[in-house]
Write a protein that binds this ligand. Structure first.
Ligand code: ZN
Length: 306
């Protein structure tokens, strides 16, 4: 009798244990989704609503090209059930971490879902992909579909909610696109030239009709030299451009050198304002959301160039 009772209790304990370890975040009842950038975290919140908990590793002002995972990040990634990252080598210093995590859980580089023929390459290094896909609203949606697909695989019972949320969000993005086109049309055609510190805005420029020039290459990892500054200065003076832009996640040193160089040639240029390129604004502010950050950029650009 004692033996049977013992077996009975052991079975209950074992069943209890296996249920608890099935999902690491079961104690809160929701799967934990970890993202690298704020842009991806914002999209997951839009598509999943409150069905998952979302944590992003990189906050405002953080440069993803140079970002290295901290001990705390590794802990967070261990705790997560699903990991979404941008891919296309944006998080260049984290590929080993993703490879390791892939053996343990669902890890998706959402940019890898975009057809290769729609990915821009670096003008100087054609072998390198341009990872700044979030600024091309149309191709960003292809990456976001990968998020929806993955969420459905993980939580099939919630499929209808994910699909409905995605459709509602894509409608908002279509409205954003229309609004942007009408704002850009306020800039005289000849002045539709955007000059920034690093090459983050080519997808944006392509989709809204702006000629984009960056001082640094595709990654902030690449060095710019005096020659690059001189080229940009010549271009600015030739085209009579009024403003250049700094970025929240890149030092403004280079842009200051450009303004100084133009001044020596008798051409006055303003800093048109700060754009959000690779990182979004502070959480809780409008610029802390994808749509808010995008609108901030468009308003800043149009108001300075028109
Ligand atoms: Zn970048």
């Amino acid at each position: 009798m004692k033996k049977i009772l013992f077996l009975f209790i052991t079975t209950i304990l074992l069943v209890g244990c296996s249920n608890n370890t099935e999902r690491s975040s079961d104690k809160e009842g929701k799967p934990l989704v970890i993202t690298t950038t704020g842009q991806i975290a914002d999209a997951v919140k839009e598509i999943a609503g409150d069905l998952v908990e979302v944590k992003s590793l990189m906050g405002p002002g953080v440069d993803p090209h140079l970002y290295k995972a901290t001990q705390g990040d590794l802990q967070t990634l261990e705790e997560g059930d699903i990991i979404f990252y941008n891919g296309l080598h944006l998080e260049g210093k984290m590929s080993d971490v993703f490879e390791k995590m892939e053996k343990e859980k669902t890890v998706r580089g959402i940019g890898e879902a975009i057809p290769k023929d729609r990915i821009l390459s670096n003008e100087e290094n054609p072998d390198l992909a341009d990872p700044h896909i979030w600024f091309g609203i149309e191709i960003w949606q292809i990456a976001l579909e990968e998020i929806t697909k993955t969420l459905i695989e993980e939580l099939p019972d919630q499929k209808d909610t994910f699909v409905k949320n995605e459709q509602a969000y894509f409608q908002k993005l279509a409205d954003l696109s229309d609004w942007t086109a009408s704002r850009i049309s306020e800039i005289p055609e000849k002045q539709r030239i955007l000059i920034t510190a690093h090459d983050a805005f080519h997808y944006f420029g392509n989709s809204v009709g702006l000629d984009v020039r960056g001082l640094q290459g595709i990654s902030t990892d690449s060095e710019y030299g005096l020659k690059d500054i001189q080229n940009v200065v010549d271009f600015l003076v030739e085209n009579n451009i009024k403003a250049v832009f700094v970025e929240s996640s890149v030092s403004d040193k280079a842009m200051k050198a450009v303004i100084e160089g133009a001044k020596e040639k008798g051409h006055t240029i303003q800093i048109g304002g700060e754009l959000y390129s690779d990182a979004m604004g502070a959480e809780g502010t409008e610029e802390g959301t994808y749509i808010g950050m995008y609108k901030h950029n468009v308003n800043t650009i149009v108001d300075s160039l028109k």
